[in-house]
Design a protein around this ligand. Structure first.
Ligand SMILES: *[C@@H]1O[C@H](CO)[C@@H](O)[C@H](O)[C@H]1NC(C)=O
Ligand SMILES: [Cu+2]
Length: 240
């Protein structure tokens, strides 16, 4: 009886976790997500599958995961996005929390530096609903350098627990061969007690964290040009 009760409790609490699961990319593929049309785990990697891609990387009380959640994705083909292209991303939404503030960022150095290239404050996913796939377009900067990159959608929710999301996808940018991408470094609000706090005030027309977003520091990253031989090698790598 006792163990039956314990099992029931465990089941209930994992349901609660899933029910609370909130948002992530569906297209492009979230790292280590459990989707059939996304890069699959290799031998010995099945334990790394993330069945809860939609959970936040942290709250204002605590950090659950590093930025991006996972240090790498499974090997597989990457979507190729052209510089200047508007990509219709699909978001997998569990709980939409009445929307929030989005920051789209790219890293060309495996997550060391992030450049925010687009924002949508307060109203990002505000007209979604719970349990839907939601189209959320964003535009790759026209001068984005070519190369493999990580696309990261940061999101602070309007309503509920003070959370930060960081949904990452491994992509290839087809842009300028060698160049510089400039923007601002992302604001990591509601990500552990030491982070800036964005209160649940945006819906009532109150403080939505503008001063914190305004204080983001400018950043530029340069990606060196690649020779033909390197481009060929990169194609081989991408097909792994
Ligand atoms: C990126 O960094 C992570 C550690 O943060 C490491 O596990 C991974 O292998 C690195 N990937 C590449 C392509 O260097
Ligand atoms: Cu949530």
């Amino acid at each position: 009886m006792k163990s039956f009760l314990a099992t029931t409790l465990v089941l209930f609490s994992s349901f609660a976790l899933l029910a609370e699961a909130h948002i992530s990319f569906r297209f492009p593929c979230p790292r280590r997500g459990s989707f059939w049309d996304c890069p699959q785990p290799g031998p010995g990697e099945w334990g790394l599958v993330d069945y809860d891609s939609r959970s936040p990387v942290g709250t204002h009380d605590r950090i659950n995961n590093p930025i991006c959640k996972w240090p790498s994705g499974f090997k597989g083909p990457r979507p190729v996005f052209k510089a200047g292209e508007t990509v219709k991303a699909t978001m997998d939404i569990g709980a939409y929390h009445k929307g929030g503030s989005c920051q789209w960022a790219l890293s060309y150095d495996n997550g060391t530096n992030w450049v925010v290239f687009q924002d949508l404050f307060r109203t990002c996913m505000a007209d979604a609903s719970n349990g839907v796939q939601y189209t959320l377009p964003f535009t790759i900067p026209a001068n984005a350098p070519s190369g493999n990159a990580i696309l990261n959608l940061y999101w602070n929710n309007n309503e509920g627990n003070r959370e930060l999301y960081s949904s990452c996808s491994d992509v290839t940018i087809d842009g300028k061969n060698g160049g510089t991408l400039s923007g601002v470094a992302p604001l990591l609000a509601n990500y552990g007690p030491g982070s800036p706090l964005i209160k649940e005030a945006a819906l009532a027309g109150g403080d939505w964290g503008k001063q914190h977003f305004d204080a983001r520091k400018p950043i530029s990253v340069s990606v060196p040009p690649v020779t033909k031989r390197h481009i060929f090698r990169r194609r081989l790598e991408n097909n792994n």
